[in-house]
Design a protein around this ligand. Sequence first.
Ligand code: 5RP
Length: 241
Amino acid sequence: NRITHHLSFTILDKEPLNTKDLEKQVAAREAVKYIRDNDIVGLGTGSTAYYTIIEVAELVKNGLKIKGVPTSEHTASLATSLGIELLDMNAVEYIDVTIDGADEFDENLNLIKGGGGAHFREKIVASLTKKEIIIADAAKKVDQLGKFKVPVEIVPLALNYVVRAMAKLGGQGAVRMKDGKQFITDNHNLIVDADFGLIGDPAALSEKLNQIEGILAHGLFVNLAAMVIVGQGTEAVTYTK
Ligand code: 5RP
């Protein structure tokens, strides 16, 4: 009796999570339809991009000669463990298709990324990519970016300078912590999650942040996404500009 009770509780507990995961999987399965044989594919980072990596591994098992360019150490080890051959960013002139997640997107396909702290490599990969496809669950669509704080990767010795420079732009930031310690990125830097309020002009803010020395990369992605595919129940809804 106890076991039955416990089991049903567990399943109930997991139910909302499962729906979201299903939507992530629906979006990923739609996105991988854009991958062709012999493509170089950018592999994103995060719980949504995870489903893409699973699907790409299936394509590889089915004989497609796809090579991946990972956006994080975590994605690299997952992809390798699933048998996907990887290429270094420096070894490619371009990437055919990248499939990645986002923390927020608006109707102009501007994004906030970096919730997982991988946005520097994600931005380089996106910049090398011909078709950047973002996959998301429906909750990531917003009228205006900015409820999700903008992740900013900072070279540690410039931390206080950058925090003051961002404050002058109206951004209040705190250093990201994990397990009681400062979160360290794959590139050995810090992340400050900066609250700029709702962002009226993402392109203008992106440009201003680009001018602050000491910022390696910020999480505003402007004009990088070609499409956003959202899982809504069992349907995939595609947003283009
Ligand atoms: C990592 C990212 C992720 O794509 C973003 O944080 C979304 O993650 P998730 O799919 O887990 O919600 O930008 O740097």
